[in-house]
Design a protein around this ligand. Structure first.
Ligand code: SDX
Length: 423
């Protein structure tokens, strides 16, 4: 038996055999047999938009690997910056490569001072940090016009360094503005994640002293969120990038997609859901409401994972270390009861709904003192590495501009009707 399919057009009797390669079949081959007939696949439920060597997901097996390395090993033994290097370059760095990469990032953490003096001041006092971040990432493109030369590898690499380095600074600045606190400049004597914590929390002390347990826990969370194959935000990055718009503009589109409650915005909604439930005694009633179609169990379900999201397991383990320092988040008991109730309920089991990465992460962020509005910003910071990696891969593949077709089901041709003749 050959790894192929044969498709017959019953109108003509013509047939075409198409090989199954890397788990897919070429739609182009089918187009030869069926010109003008399109694959109807709303929300791309069964469509592979590209071949990629970045991240491997096995939804049934609950497997996630970055460039072949299991997420469990990276979370336990690597750092976010090393993982960002792995994603962007495809290989783990040697000592010299890691040193250079770390130094390059360190040297690009500053923002143009107009962000502090003018840009952020334009926002309302209670502006949502994600709206500020999306705008700020797009605004970065106006400071680096060279970035439009997307086909030059050196230019691309400089923007990759800049964006990985500057987004944490921008993210912290958005928080400081929302909190009415003065902007904190990067402290390049700290690690990537420690520096972000310093820019978030430094007040009057001469130098911010990050708690090593919390800094490590956040670095692990950054590793877990760094990439996830062709998710909605990454699709936005690839789509805008396929028009050869600059990477800052493309990344702002990716961040905009991520902000949606069905996507990265879910971690914020989980906390609101847990607070709304309020007590473990209310869990059963909440579950009944969800089963009756009165809302979703936020942080549950996934388009790909039909098993436990491997990241959620690691987040749950990380929570224990954090709560040792911060004290246990009382909402954890409600989350645990929700998980227990859902995983033993036919409604969720039959639909293969398990906790995803967003279900427990917000509990950690809240325990660390982050305001709920910053939760999706904390998702975006590390995901910048994944967006840029896929953007770079798409450009290197010399991808055409993304322009899907449609099935037209609207009105046939009709003539313009003067106003007085309309009903
Ligand atoms: C992320 O793609 C990625 O990789 C994303 C991400 C990444 O790292 O980039 O992993 C990050 O976005 C994680 C997902 C965070 N979102 C949430 O937690 C929001 C709650 N989840 C749902 O909105 C939903 O599960 C989605 C959006 C995540 C997935 O939706 P699908 O694949 O379109 O599935 P569906 O909506 O068709 O659901 C299938 C069934 C439906 O029931 P029926 O119509 O068959 O009766 O399951 C039900 C849904 O109503 N369902 C849920 C549910 N999720 C799906 N019911 C209750 N609660 C839920 N959370």
């Amino acid at each position: 038996m050959t790894d192929s399919i044969t498709v017959t057009d019953n109108r003509t009797g013509e047939a075409v055999e198409i090989p199954i390669v890397d788990g897919g079949i070429s739609a182009g081959e089918l187009r030869k047999l069926l010109p003008g007939v399109w694959f109807y696949d709303p929300a791309f439920m069964t469509t592979a938009l590209a071949s990629s060597s970045v991240t491997y997901l096995d939804g049934d097996g609950g497997i996630l690997r970055y460039r072949g390395y299991p997420i469990e090993q990276l979370a336990e033994r690597s750092s976010y910056l090393e993982v960002a290097y792995l994603l962007v370059h495809g290989e783990l760095p040697n000592a010299e490569q890691l040193r250079t990469w770390t130094e390059d990032i360190r040297m690009h953490t500053y923002l143009h001072d107009n962000f502090r003096k003018r840009f952020l001041d334009g926002f309302h006092y209670d502006a949502h940090p994600m709206g500020m971040l999306v705008s700020g990432i797009a605004a970065l493109s106006t400071f680096y016009p060279e970035a439009k030369d997307v086909v030059d590898p050196q230019v691309r690499h400089r923007q990759i360094i800049r964006m990985i380095a500057k987004v944490p600074t921008l993210a912290a600045a958005c928080h400081r503005y929302s909190a009415g606190m003065p902007f904190v400049y990067p402290d390049n004597g700290l690690s990537f994640t420690e520096n972000f914590l310093s820019m978030m929390w430094k007040v009057a002390e001469p130098r911010y002293e990050p708690d090593p347990v919390l800094a490590h826990a956040l670095d692990v969370l950054f590793i877990l969120h760094a990439d996830h194959e062709q998710n909605c935000g990454t699709l936005a990055m690839r789509t805008v990038g396929s028009a050869h718009a600059d990477p800052y503009i493309a990344a702002s589109a990716a961040a905009a997609a991520l902000s949606g409650p069905r996507h990265g915005g879910a971690n914020e909604q989980v906390l609101r859901m847990l607070s709304q439930i309020g007590h473990v005694d209310n869990v059963d009633a909440f579950i009944s409401d969800v089963k009756a179609g009165k809302g979703k169990l936020m942080g549950f379900g996934h388009r790909v994972y039909k098993n436990y999201d491997p990241r959620a397991k690691i987040v749950k383990q990380t929570a224990d270390a954090v709560f040792e320092v911060t004290g246990r988040n009382p909402l954890l008991d409600i989350a645990l009861k929700l998980e227990e109730a859902a995983l033993s309920d036919e409604y969720f089991v039959s639909r293969k709904l398990y906790p995803n990465v967003d279900f427990y992460s917000g509990l950690i962020y809240q325990a660390m003192g982050f305001p709920t509005g910053m939760f999706t910003v904390l998702f975006a910071i590390p995901r910048v590495a994944g967006w840029l990696t896929h953007w770079q891969e798409m450009i290197d593949q010399d991808s055409k501009i993304y322009r899907p077709r449609q099935l037209y089901v609207g009105a046939d041709r009709r003539d313009y009707l003067p106003l007085e003749q309309r009903k």
